[in-house]
Design a protein around this ligand. Structure first.
Ligand code: ADP
Ligand code: MG
Length: 358
């Protein structure tokens, strides 16, 4: 299995409705050869439907899907050369582990000797060598997840699809498996489309993230760009914590509620804009700041001890609530305290103006 064998995916104008509910709205998506792309969106946004269409289990109303040069819309799932891990694993409980993993090989007419060899290799890859004779109901959740993965990759598909494969696992195992799945992808190199509603998981694992909402892709970019330069408010609010304040941009500069602000970049248009504030970009200033730090006066409305830090809620001069973390070891702010919050000019980001958004 080499990266050269991986196939790029091109989705064009993919549309699907159930009755009056439009689930996918003319989706365009390119997944590069060998890329790990995550579809990230809230529940009901159309992630599973899109993945099921790539796998061939759901027919679109219109649009096209190509793997490499080949249009696959009319191909049966088992002819698409796609491995799939379903959300509920969909293992066969009455078969042993080896028979579960062998299933896709049987479907493709692989002989018994070759099947046994490949099943053992797949088990080794998911770190369950020697587990072939176990029954599915003798396995833990994490082991079942690995078996589902082994079954998806045993026939060396050129595309791997995974639908929230870690959502049933507890936090610690989930975080461990995120790293393992990523490492496995680096070794096998197949083009991977991974579905999750967990933004941190998406940031951790992906080469690129496609943020989907109500059947439309709102942004496709690297984790860093999605987080630091969201194209729109939905993306900004779905990923990480953020607050927005209204600022005025004129040809002579930018002001927030009368306070002049230094920006990382002057936006192309003048007029009202939304400044994105992430809590981790704010600092509680103890002394006069450097020239390139914007000072936002605020009043503390709550200070919540959280062990490693104190979470401070504060009200800016226009009434906008922001949060900022203070060190738990220092003199933590108290409710009613007046603070100066610092925001580096380099950390300012104005959302591109959106139609219909005030
Ligand atoms: P996600 O995986 O992002 O949670 P889904 O793709 O499962 O979203 O579902 C998107 C929308 O399509 C939801 O409103 C869901 O109720 C609807 N939907 C999905 N499958 C069907 C179906 N077979 N029949 C009717 N509605 C469906
Ligand atoms: Mg789903």
């Amino acid at each position: 299995m080499t990266r050269d064998a991986a196939l790029p995916i091109a989705v064009r104008q993919l549309t699907k409705s159930y009755g009056t509910v439009q689930v996918l709205d003319a989706v365009d998506l390119d997944v590069h050869r060998g890329e790990f792309l995550t579809l990230l969106g809230p529940s009901g946004s159309g992630k599973t439907t899109l993945l099921m269409m790539l796998a061939g289990f759901v027919r679109p109303d219109c649009g096209s899907i190509t793997f490499g040069e080949r249009e696959v819309i009319r191909l049966e799932p088992h002819k698409r050369d796609v491995g799939m891990v379903f959300q509920n694993y969909a293992l066969f409980p009455h078969m042993d582990v080896a028979a579960n993993i062998a299933f896709p090989l049987k479907l493709r007419g692989v002989d018994r000797v070759e099947t046994a060899k490949r099943v053992e290799q797949a088990l080794e890859l998911v770190k369950l060598g020697g587990y072939g004779a176990r029954r599915i109901d003798q396995l833990s959740g994490g082991q079942r997840q690995r078996i589902a993965l082994a079954r998806a990759i045993v026939f060396e598909p050129r595309i791997l699809l995974m639908d929230e494969p870690l959502s049933a696992l507890d936090k610690q195992l989930r975080e461990h498996m995120q790293i393992e799945l990523r490492q496995l992808h680096e070794r096998l190199g197949m083009t991977t489309v991974y579905v999750t509603h967990d933004q941190r998981e998406a940031l951790t694992m992906s080469d690129r993230i496609a943020v989907i909402d109500q059947g439309r892709i709102r942004q496709i970019d690297t984790p860093k760009t999605i987080y630091e330069r969201p194209n729109n408010r939905f993306v900004a609010e779905f990923i990480g914590e953020s607050t927005f304040v209204k600022v005025d941009v004129t040809s002579s500069g930018c002001t927030f509620n009368g306070i002049p602000l230094s920006l990382a970049a002057q936006p192309p248009q003048t007029g009202p804009h939304h400044l994105m504030i992430r809590p981790e970009r704010l600092a509680i200033l103890q002394r006069d700041p450097a020239d390139d730090v914007n000072v936002l006066p605020a009043i503390v409305t709550a200070a919540i001890y959280q062990g490693d830090s104190v979470l401070v809620h504060a009200s800016l001069s226009d009434g906008t609530m922001v949060s900022v973390r203070a060190s738990a070891s220092s003199q933590a702010p108290l409710v009613g305290d007046h603070l100066n919050l610092g925001l580096n000019a380099a950390d300012t980001y104005l959302l591109p103006p959106e139609e219909g958004v005030q």
